[in-house]
Design a protein around this ligand. Structure first.
Ligand code: GLN
Length: 584
């Protein structure tokens, strides 16, 4: 081997012994790294199987959804799965990226700001995720450079291969070890052919070589475009993408072909032949008609889980997807329908409010209610007539956000909901908006605002948290992750949760300014949730309104199709009630 043995190679199956001749090949720097890994508790993986999901041709193919759907199928076959995402960009995490660049930032219990695919993983499976489940190139390089500064490479030239690739592999082992799962599904972000993705592909190639046959399954998600002028699906981009992958040394076991039209037999044969993949391993993943929750069922029909199990030499019982079919049925053919307006500033982006849209649908499933989401641009509300814009809605939701663009439109939306008894759900910024609106229009606090938008406001009803006052760095410094919240007996929130202490995920710098608490309470605001010490407002609701709840946290991150979040469930029920009554 040109560059010697990776300290990680063979940990799962082989152990270096004194008499092992391979041990003699180890330079001292590798031994040091090896000892460091061992001190981290790594390198003693129980027998484990690995699935790597790569993407070809174009981005946004839904690799995350495919990986998550495979997770659903395998879990329903009694297999314990873990999921992990590699992101080849250099940011340490997506926390500082604009939604225009990256879509939603998904927050985990431990406060990690991660890629939105981790949201799919949590919604589709029961796997527990931590910051270790999302690795970026930035994190890999930071660790390698820390190692170098700590002298762990003992004078060696630090290189992409093997040092960067070893660090990537270490991160696979970390999840394998921590999760105690049977199968680890690792999704490699980006598209095959990207320069920045190469170290990840090289790392998984090395990893597979070491793990040996029957222990690794490569799935390549690719695109088979429909060319209108020719009236047919074209396989060339897929052929080239697979060729690129094989150049690196990876031959996929399964090809998942994203397409708008069905793949016929001939096309599958062609893909199979040119890409060196068995005919039955050419899987069709057509655009779904109704809901992303159809994807696992579609992939099951294509025998994707069977093929993965065969490749990994596993033989679990077939997946029982009864409960999942029920979810899909309720989404496709609900008894009732509601229209919800989401008033935001990234509404034209499909991914910016991903978890919010999903959580609304979960609330719909719980009420046997189809949720039609109206994406309303906040700036349009400023220019238009709220009475016209909001007239036919069952409820208004104002999601999280940063910066002052569109703020006044959101305030108009909260006002309309309050004055017209229209159900309102405010999330994070949506709570701050409701506070500003109430301050200005009910309490008469002229110019009330958040100091985020107007640092000189005469009435800073939303102020900077004390803990944020000395913060200088932007990345990972907000109030983040799951925090306990104490609910007040008999309030709407408390009844919806059916609990007194809840844990919800946060991502914010500003908070309700406590100097105004009494004034708000005197006019019908109930602070139904606070931190256990009472110092931070977490939930406010209007006592004389059918449903006006706003929270400082992000409940959308904990909602699942088979476990709808209580606030979303209650919101959709109230919206349905509202639409139903109006119809009478
Ligand atoms: N910009 C607000 C804050 O930092 C709200 C954040 C959010 O909605 N996630 O407090």
């Amino acid at each position: 081997m040109g560059y010697g043995l990776s300290p990680l190679r063979g940990f799962s199956k082989r152990r270096l012994s004194i008499g092992d001749t391979r041990a003699n090949k180890w330079p001292i720097s590798r031994v040091l790294i090896f000892l460091w890994y061992r001190s981290e508790g790594l390198g003693r993986c129980h027998s484990m199987k690995y699935v790597f999901v790569t993407g070809g041709v174009v981005s946004s193919l839904g690799k995350g959804l495919t990986a998550a759907s495979l997770g659903t199928l395998l879990e329903n076959r009694g297999i314990k799965v873990a999921l992990q995402k590699f992101d080849p960009y250099l940011n340490l995490d997506p926390g500082t990226m604009s939604p225009f660049q990256h879509g939603e930032v998904y927050v985990l219990d431990d406060g990690a700001e991660t890629d939105l695919d981790l949201g799919h993983y949590e919604r589709f499976t029961s796997t527990k995720l931590t910051r270790r489940n999302n690795t970026t190139s930035g994190q890999v390089y930071q660790q390698v450079l820390d190692n170098e500064r700590a002298g762990r490479y003992l004078g060696k030239t630090v290189q992409v291969i093997p040092h960067v690739t070893d660090e990537i592999q270490r991160r696979i082992h970390v999840i394998a070890e921590e999760s105690k799962a049977d199968i680890l599904i690792t999704e490699v972000g980006g598209t095959v052919g990207d320069i920045e993705g190469l170290p990840f592909l090289e790392a998984i190639r090395e990893f597979a070589q070491d793990a040996g046959p029957g222990n690794v399954c490569f799935i390549h998600v690719t695109y088979v475009p429909f060319i209108k002028a020719a009236g047919e699906l074209k396989t060339k981009p897929t052929q080239q993408s697979v060729a690129k992958l094989r150049e690196i040394g990876i031959t996929p076991h399964l090809l998942v072909c994203r397409c708008e039209k069905p793949l016929d037999k001939e096309l599958r044969q062609k893909i199979s032949m040119f890409c060196n993949v068995p005919f039955e391993a050419v899987i069709e993943e057509k655009d779904v008609d109704h809901t992303i929750y159809e994807v696992p069922l579609m992939l099951q029909r294509e025998r994707m889980d069977d093929l993965v199990c065969e490749t990994l030499r596993l033989n679990p019982p077939p997946a029982n997807m009864g409960a999942w079919q029920d979810i899909v049925r309720k989404t496709i053919a609900p008894q009732h329908r509601v229209r919800i307006g989401v008033v935001g500033k990234y509404v034209e982006l499909q991914d910016a409010y991903k978890s919010v849209y999903e959580a609304l649908k979960h609330g719909g499933i719980a009420n046997d209610c189809g949720v039609q989401i109206e994406q309303i641009e906040a700036e349009e509300v400023e220019k238009g007539d709220p009475a016209k814009i909001f007239k036919d809605l069952g409820g208004i939701l104002v999601p999280g956000g940063f910066g002052d663009r569109g703020i006044e439109g959101k305030i108009l939306a909260a006002r309309y909901a309050r004055e017209n008894n229209l159900p309102y759900l405010g999330l994070c910024l949506g709570m701050q908006i409701a506070t500003i609106e109430f301050g200005r229009n009910v309490l008469g606090l002229t110019g009330a605002n958040s100091i985020e938008f107007d640092p000189a406001t005469p009435h800073p009803v939303i102020s900077l948290q004390d803990s944020q006052k000395d913060v200088k760095l932007m990345g990972g410094t907000m109030r983040l992750g799951a925090q306990p919240c104490q609910l007040v007996l008999g309030t709407k929130a408390q009844r919806l949760y059916g609990a007194f202490v809840i844990h919800e995920r946060h991502r914010h710098r500003y908070e309700f300014n406590n100097t105004y608490r009494a004034q708000f309470e005197n006019e019908g605001v109930c602070f139904s949730g606070t931190t256990p010490d009472g110092s931070l407002v977490e939930i406010l609701e209007l006592t004389k309104h059918p449903f006006f709840i706003a929270c400082q946290f992000h409940p959308e991150f904990q909602s699942k199709p088979n476990g709808p979040h209580p606030l979303f469930k209650g919101f959709i029920a109230a919206a349905h009630e509202r639409m139903h009554h109006r119809a009478l």
